[in-house]
Design a protein around this ligand. Structure first.
Ligand code: FES
Length: 128
């Protein structure tokens, strides 16, 4: 069996929503101290909905695929749902990751959570 699913390879080779949102109102940056990988997530939230999301990932293929898939999962979603996104859901949407690469999907969950916290700080809005 291949180590990585076709979806992982697809999102690694053709990552969706790469880049920066200049007028983002929620930005989160996280890193993994062990591998040194860094992920930055930009959210543009309007009326409680993620209208746009982009990411920059300096990291391994699984981290790039995880960030790409995570952006697809949260695009157009209400923030109350986005808050519940887990790394497991990201990994499942990618048809799985090897056990020792699960931490790469954790970066995506943490980056989104951190961007939501930033949004709450900037706007004073509480996300239920
Ligand atoms: Fe560091 Fe994948 S090896 S995020």
């Amino acid at each position: 069996m291949a180590l990585y699913s076709e979806k992982v390879m697809d999102h690694f080779r053709n990552p969706r929503n790469v880049g920066v949102i200049e007028d983002a109102n929620g930005i989160g940056e996280v890193g993994n101290a062990k591998c040194g990988d860094i992920m930055k997530m930009y959210l543009k939230i309007e009326d409680g909905i993620v209208k746009d999301v982009k990411f920059e990932t300096f990291g391994c293929g699984s981290a790039i695929a995880s960030s790409s898939m995570a952006t697809e999962l949260i695009m157009g979603q209400p923030v109350s749902e986005v808050r519940k996104l887990t790394n497991k859901a990201v990994a499942e949407a990618l048809d799985g990751l090897p056990d020792y690469k699960m931490h790469c999907s954790v970066l995506a969950e943490e980056a989104i959570r951190s961007a939501l916290e930033d949004y709450q700080k900037r706007t004073g809005e509480i996300i239920e």
